[in-house]
Design a binder for this molecule. Structure first.
Ligand code: GLN
Length: 356
């Protein structure tokens, strides 16, 4: 069946429908990862967005147990070519069947390179995937322009707290849309990890006396998370060590007076170079974000830049003055992508006093 991807600038791509055939409107973003399509599909930070994979062949090893959450979160999926015959000893099914089962509409067989060039030159924009050949652009474009990602953290966070047992330090993980490998990275290092719903009060977290608090990644515009930001300010005021990733990093910055803005087309992929400003070493990082902390808005008495992006100079991490708090914009938990910065979990454990 034919499918159409319609962009806010009136560009229309014609391809083949994959997954669900229902209409979808979303923000269209591109990811340049060459591996790890399943981790991308199940990363809750994509809620409210449809993702274009720039790597031309997707799905060749099918669906494996590498899910980063319990389901797929993007509103839509856009690829050049979907593998017709997935093959891997861990393969449990095809991506086509997975998208159908998850009711996610998609489009294959379009020139994703041309699409990515448009998004890179004009910036991230909204779009629609439809199988209706009689689409009416004049009717659709205003609907696309009106779309906003909205409050997606509430949609992706867990409903109730739960604990992953461990013998070492007790970590409270705030789930704003956490990827599984954050809890796993801590647990593999011995930590007992309790995962809390995003709207848990700071008082409850502090009363549970954790050795450290981890603020997770998550979807949407950080500045929209006003209630959560208020609670994070209380966590900042407590003396508990804190490590934060991506949305968590942005929320801590907002809670302490900095501002954020939306990048033209974001950083989503597995090869983003970030420089550790303490030793000028460059790490290749996994990234998925559309917003950044404004470097100029950081109060020197509160925080200092710890990492910058080598490609565009934007902020990639902060250390907080006089506090046991550090935060990063990229993904040390990888999944997908390089694990170069996994040592940051060790740094967090040291900050909590070490595991033994
Ligand atoms: N992966 C994330 O946590 C993303 C954070 C935020 N939603 C952004 O796009 O910038």
């Amino acid at each position: 069946m034919k499918a159409f991807l319609i962009l806010e600038d009136r560009t229309v791509f014609t391809g083949t429908s994959i997954g669900s055939t229902r209409d979808m409107i979303s923000e269209i973003v591109f990811n340049t990862s060459m591996t790890g399509y399943l981790e991308v599909l199940t990363d809750p930070s994509y809620a409210g967005q449809a993702v274009v994979m720039t790597y031309p062949l997707i799905g060749n090893y099918g669906i494996t147990p590498d899910m980063e959450s319990k389901k797929a979160w993007p509103d839509g999926y856009i690829v050049r070519e979907l593998s017709r015959m997935p093959s891997n000893f861990r393969c449990e099914g095809s991506i086509q069947d997975f998208l159908k089962a998850q009711d996610i509409p998609g489009i294959a067989g379009i020139d994703t390179r041309a699409l990515t060039k448009i998004l890179r030159e004009k910036g991230t924009m909204n779009g629609m995937i439809t199988t209706n050949e009689n689409y009416d652009l004049d009717e659709i474009i205003p609907k696309l322009a009106a779309y906003t990602v909205g409050d997606v953290v509430s949609k992706v966070t867990c409903e109730e707290k739960y604990t992953i047992e461990g013998e070492g330090k007790k970590v409270a993980l705030m789930d704003f849309g956490a990827k599984n490998n954050i809890a796993k990275s801590l647990n593999q290092r011995g930590c007992e990890v309790t995962i809390y719903p995003a709207h848990t009060s700071a008082d409850e977290i502090i009363a549970s006396k954790p050795d450290g608090i981890m603020l997770s990644n998550g979807p949407g515009d950080p500045a929209d998370c006003k209630d959560i930001i208020r609670e994070i300010k209380k966590l900042y005021d407590s003396e508990i060590p804190i490590f934060a990733i991506c949305l968590g990093h942005q929320l801590m910055a907002l809670a302490t007076g900095a501002t954020t803005h939306k990048l033209k087309y974001g950083h989503r992929g597995g090869n983003h170079p970030v420089k550790d400003l303490s030793n000028n070493r460059v790490y290749i990082s996994s990234q998925n974000h559309g917003y950044v902390v404004d470097t100029d808005s950081i109060d020197k008495n509160i925080a200092a830049p710890a990492f910058t992006n080598v490609n565009d100079g934007t902020n990639e991490g902060l250390t907080y003055v006089g506090k046991n708090i550090f935060t990063v914009q990229f993904h040390p938990e990888a999944c997908p992508g390089p694990q170069d910065s996994g040592y940051l979990f060790d740094r967090f454990i040291e900050m909590m006093g070490g595991n033994k």
